[in-house]
Design a protein. Structure first.
Length: 65
């Protein structure tokens, strides 16, 4: 197997036509994705908490309750 191939078949035997078809599909999908990702909207922080980073006990008068 040469090292300059774009795709590699891990299991089974793919015909050259099958490799050409999947390559065309992947290249078309890559070209269709918008490149302007700077207009991402949303919160700058995650909307969920990581429970392993929170203390085990919170006082009843805590503002984080």
């Amino acid at each position: 197997m040469s090292t300059d191939t774009l795709l590699r078949v891990e299991k089974g035997n793919a015909e050259p036509e099958e490799l050409a078809a999947i390559t065309a599909i992947l290249l078309a999908r890559a070209a269709a994705t918008p490149e302007d990702t700077t207009a991402a909207t949303g919160a700058s922080q995650a909307g969920w908490r990581r429970l392993e980073r929170t203390p085990g006990f919170r006082a009843p008068h805590s503002w984080q309750g």
